[in-house]
Design a protein around this ligand. Structure first.
Ligand code: ADP
Ligand code: MG
Length: 322
């Protein structure tokens, strides 16, 4: 791999969970209705993502692995109007630079391609009869970057980070059936019927999902909806708070605080609710182009959105006499 390739890889691919995130986001962008993830050794030995999406055309397979090759943005103007999860065209190149990658993809069933890339070098590419969709298998992550491998933590920690990311992607896409297996054991499975509460049940359990309140709110700029737990069903970590803006999972400290503020003194110090908050707004009000992993976003009118969140949750709780 070229130096610049490895530097880019360092920015995007920190650990197995980053690979899972990028591959699953690609499957979502490809309009898949089913995404199956298989892991060996918390992803260090193998990460496999299988989808039934639109697939990659034979002639586009070699380019898909080049840095800055994206099919999703055509003009600079598009950068300010991003509707897909990916748009930088760095993920596949970055992953292939630091692992052994096999891609099998077909746009129509029977018209497929298999490519094998190791450490950024194309080893082999050939036609293959495959079902429609894409399967990417990433083996021996960081085999050629031992320094990076040293930063990978225990299997429990790395698996926890993967589960966290898959949970959030699944919650952002109730219309997609997700499964996650580790060492051939099912870790999570969602129905994919488009119902958010059913997806919550697949992730946090039926009892927890049934105990949550649905909410909706809007003002001139924002529409919010989702589910949140009652003040007596809380967790010791804010990992159970999932914020989505226009279908993209984001992190935002002020908005998280605004949700917690909606509970007022009903929430014990150090406890956090379980919540899924979908926010819809004009894409022009969000700048997703801030950080390579795209989780931190910059918002215009953040204070206004924070107020809407706090007030909506407060009002919903008091409508239940809570
Ligand atoms: P980006 O998502 O930013 O465009 P990536 O490096 O993640 O860049 O992917 C490069 C390109 O490969 C994508 O633009 C897309 O055309 C294609 N691609 C990757 N994964 C898939 C997939 N699962 N299904 C269909 N096309 C895919
Ligand atoms: Mg991508």
């Amino acid at each position: 791999p070229t130096l610049s390739n490895q530097i880019a890889a360092g920015e995007v691919i920190e650990r197995p969970a980053s690979v899972v995130k990028e591959l699953v986001e690609n499957s979502i962008d490809a309009k898949s209705s089913q995404v199956d993830i298989n892991l060996k050794d918390a992803g260090v030995t193998m990460i496999q993502v299988l989808d039934n999406g639109m697939g990659i055309d034979e002639e586009d397979v070699p380019t898909a692995f080049l840095p800055h090759a994206t099919s999703k943005i055509l003009t600079v103007k598009d950068l300010f109007n991003v509707h897909s999860l990916g748009f930088r065209g760095e993920a596949l190149a970055s992953i292939a630079a630091v692992a052994d990658v096999t891609l099998e993809s077909a746009t129509e069933s029977g018209l497929g391609t298999i490519a094998h890339i190791v450490g950024g070098k194309m080893q082999n590419i050939e036609k293959a009869g495959s079902r429609k969709g894409t399967q990417i298998t990433v083996r021996d992550l960081f085999f050629n970057t031992p320094a990076r491998l040293k930063y990978v933590k225990s299997q429990a920690t790395e698996l926890g980070k993967i589960v966290d990311i898959v949970n959030r992607l699944a919650l952002a896409h109730p219309e997609i059936a997700f499964s996650l297996r580790h060492q051939d054991k099912m870790v999570l499975k969602t129905a994919g019927h488009g119902d958010l509460q059913q997806t919550l049940a697949g992730i946090y359990g039926v009892a927890t999902a049934k105990g949550m309140l649905s909410f909706q709110g809007e003002d001139d700029d924002f529409k919010i909806s989702g589910y949140f737990s009652l003040p007596d069903t809380t967790r010791a970590s804010r990992n159970y708070l999932s914020l989505m803006i226009n279908g993209r999972y984001i992190k935002n400290y002020q908005l998280t605080k605004a949700i917690i503020a909606g509970y007022g003194s009903k929430l014990m110090v150090g406890r956090y609710p379980i919540a899924v908050v979908n926010i819809e707004m004009a894409p022009l009000l969000v700048d997703v182009n801030v950080h390579p992993t795209k989780q931190e976003v910059r918002l215009s009118k953040e204070d206004q959105l924070a107020r809407l969140l706090t007030q909506t949750i407060k009002a919903r709780l008091s409508s239940e006499n809570l």
